[in-house]
Design a protein around this ligand. Structure first.
Ligand code: ATP
Ligand code: LTN
Length: 334
């Protein structure tokens, strides 16, 4: 990952171990990491520091950290050619985040929609970490001189503030950080909740609106059967029909068929038959991933070794950027 003319481009992304990962996380993020691993140097992180911006049960957080790594691999990420690590294992993330906090304005953080949404959802715990969450995310990305950040649409604003922080810093000190680009999929960038289709599907929602990647076959089929759909009965993608549009998007992602093909397939058949087909398609795909997941999860030594080795490789890269930053801002080094 040298900074030479033929330098292979760098991809960085992460998911919080904050709950049971959903098909929204899979379709909006993880699935799109897979094709990138051929062309780029990829770094995939389990962002545990971010997850404590919302209160977690310690034993569950610990367990989910390893589970999420196993899920990364089960989704098709290659354990040999990518770096996998856990954010809290590389101290440079917290260290750079502190520096960048001093180059980020209160006003710009106040405009973040995720902060507004999460502080409304957790009004008893509007902590400073929730507010500065995007700065830590900027540190994650900028430490590795990242070119491309594959995420769902909800993270676009955080990519924009990352770029703003980077260009402010570069404007003062010269070219320290590479300018990262978001990589957001055309279809699947915003999977909606099955029960409240105006809202995004989220892993911290446990009310039945989310399909978890850990749900069993029957649960998946039942949840989709009960999904809120709009009045009418025709399977047709149309403005404002959030429920049916969402199911069509999910079906399209899992089968590779486009909306015109789906409309044709279900012409005259109504919502019932369509929901059944969606349920089966999701259950089949998720079931295959679960099989691989169980095999990876059973090998604790392998997962622990992978994250240890990943943290060492990540720290080496991250510390190069951090040293440069410390020098630029004027920290004394004996
Ligand atoms: P939480 O509920 O704890 O806030 P989350 O489900 O929103 O979590 P994150 O860990 O914040 O998940 O996101 C991981 C990745 O999944 C990000 O790239 C994010 O953009 C993507 N993602 C999350 N929810 C969706 C969704 N409903 N549709 C598409 N992509 C999503
Ligand atoms: N904020 C992201 C998770 C995240 C991330 C990152 C994604 C933390 N650091 C760096 C991409 C790159 C989210 O999905 N909520």
């Amino acid at each position: 990952m040298e900074n030479t003319a033929e330098r292979k481009k760098i991809v960085f992304s992460g998911v919080q171990p904050s709950g049971q990962i959903t098909i929204g996380n899979y379709l909006g993020a993880l699935r799109n990491w897979v094709p990138l691993q051929k062309e780029y140097n990829c770094i995939f992180c389990v962002v545990d520091l971010h997850s404590i911006t919302v209160r977690q049960v310690p034993a569950e957080l610990r367990r989910r950290t390893r589970e999420l790594l196993a899920m990364y691999l089960a989704c098709g990420l290659d354990d040999e050619n990518n770096i996998f690590f856990v954010q809290s294992h590389v101290p440079a993330h917290a260290e750079l985040a502190w520096v960048l906090n001093c180059y980020t304005m209160f006003g710009e953080l106040s405009r973040m929609t995720q902060f507004k949404d999460k502080s409304a959802a957790h009004s008893d715990n509007v902590n400073a970490g929730l507010f500065t969450y995007p700065v830590l995310m900027a540190a994650d990305i900028l430490l590795y001189q990242t070119d491309l950040v594959p995420v769902g649409q909800d993270q676009k604003q955080h990519l924009e503030i990352t770029r703003d922080i980077a260009s402010r810093f570069n404007g003062i000190y010269g070219d320290v950080f590479r300018m990262p680009e978001p990589y957001i999929p055309q279809v699947g960038q915003k999977i909606a909740s099955l029960t409240e289709p105006e809202k995004k599907m989220s892993k911290s929602d446990t009310s039945g609106g989310s399909v978890s990647m850990f749900d069993d076959r029957d649960t998946i089929i039942r949840k989709i059967k009960r999904a809120v759909t709009d009045s009418g009965s025709e399977v047709r993608y149309a403005e404002g029909k959030h429920g049916i549009n969402n199911l069509m998007t999910i079906y399209s992602c899992f089968t590779g068929r486009n909306f015109a093909e789906i409309e044709k397939e279900f012409e005259g058949l109504g919502y019932g038959a369509f929901k059944e087909a969606v349920g089966l398609a999701v259950a089949d795909a998720v079931g295959k991933i679960q099989e691989k997941y169980n095999a990876y999860l059973a090998d604790k030594d392998f997962l622990d070794g992978l994250m240890k080795q990943g943290a060492e490789r990540a720290a080496l890269l991250a510390n190069r950027t951090l040293s440069k930053v410390y020098k630029k801002v004027g920290f004394y080094r004996p």
